[in-house]
Write a protein that binds this ligand. Structure first.
Ligand SMILES: C[S@@+](CC[C@H](N)C(=O)[O-])C[C@H]1O[C@@H](n2cnc3c(N)ncnc32)[C@H](O)[C@@H]1O
Length: 214
């Protein structure tokens, strides 16, 4: 994602009640942050938030947390949402995936979405890919037993890598599609910003759902 230095990004995030500033304090009690008990679904690397905002609107019975490490990207989601109908079942965190063990207690998250994650094409960077076995092991520390990771990408190399990593980490593949938009099994599909961009150019969208072992 192309980044610009946006001076007002920090200020907008700092002043927004949508962004939880000290998420570690809610570890094991995210229900309090939402003032209700409900399943918790998270998106890691949400970008400008189109996917998670739409999911939260469509599924008011679920609590959603969007996670994005770049303030210069996250503030776009915050700014946009401030001009729209409020969503009470959605919060944002400005944090990297690698710190999430300190934010969520074991079993606290019911579902993880990874959309168009950075491919990290160099072999020596494979551990940084959000579908690497190292990251799957990290997700096991807070994902509910039999919880799933849903992953979409335009990047075939990252997709093939992910299809190997999940079983190697002991996860079960429950859905694999090499052309999601043409797949009769697609079901509900909320498009992300990147998905819109790539699919409008005619590129196939790959999707994998992996379930963690019980
Ligand atoms: C290619 S963009 C995709 C954005 C959005 N999910 C979409 O599909 O339109 C990937 C995003 O993930 C974020 N990201 C990458 N690695 C991350 C990490 N380790 N923790 C949190 N966010 C990350 C990047 O800052 C970037 O905004």
């Amino acid at each position: 994602m192309r980044l610009r230095n946006v001076p007002r990004a920090g200020e907008i995030i700092e002043n927004s009640p949508l962004v939880v500033k000290t998420p570690e304090e809610y570890r094991g009690r995210w229900e309090e942050a939402f003032s209700r008990k409900a399943p918790l679904h998270i998106e890691i690397g949400m970008g400008k938030g189109r996917f998670i905002v739409e999911m939260a609107r469509r599924h008011p019975e679920i609590n959603y947390i969007g996670i994005e490490m770049q303030t210069s990207v996250l503030f776009r989601a915050v700014e946009k949402l401030q001009q729209e109908e409020p969503v009470s079942n959605l919060l944002f965190l400005c944090i990297t995936a690698e710190k999430l063990e300190g934010v969520f207690a074991p079993g606290e998250v019911d579902q993880i979405y990874l959309n168009f994650s950075d491919p990290w094409p160099k072999d020596r960077h494979h551990k940084r890919r959000l579908t690497s076995r190292e990251h799957l092991a990290l997700y096991e520390k807070f994902l509910a037993s039999e919880g799933c990771v849903e992953f979409k990408t335009d990047n075939e190399g990252l997709f093939r890598f992910s299809l190997e990593e999940a079983p190697a980490a002991g996860w079960e593949l429950t859905f694999v599609s090499e052309n999601l938009h043409e797949d009769p099994r697609m079901g509900e599909n909320v498009m992300t910003e990147y998905e819109e961009k790539f699919s409008s150019k005619g590129q196939p969208i790959f999707k994998m759902v992996a379930r963690r072992k019980a």
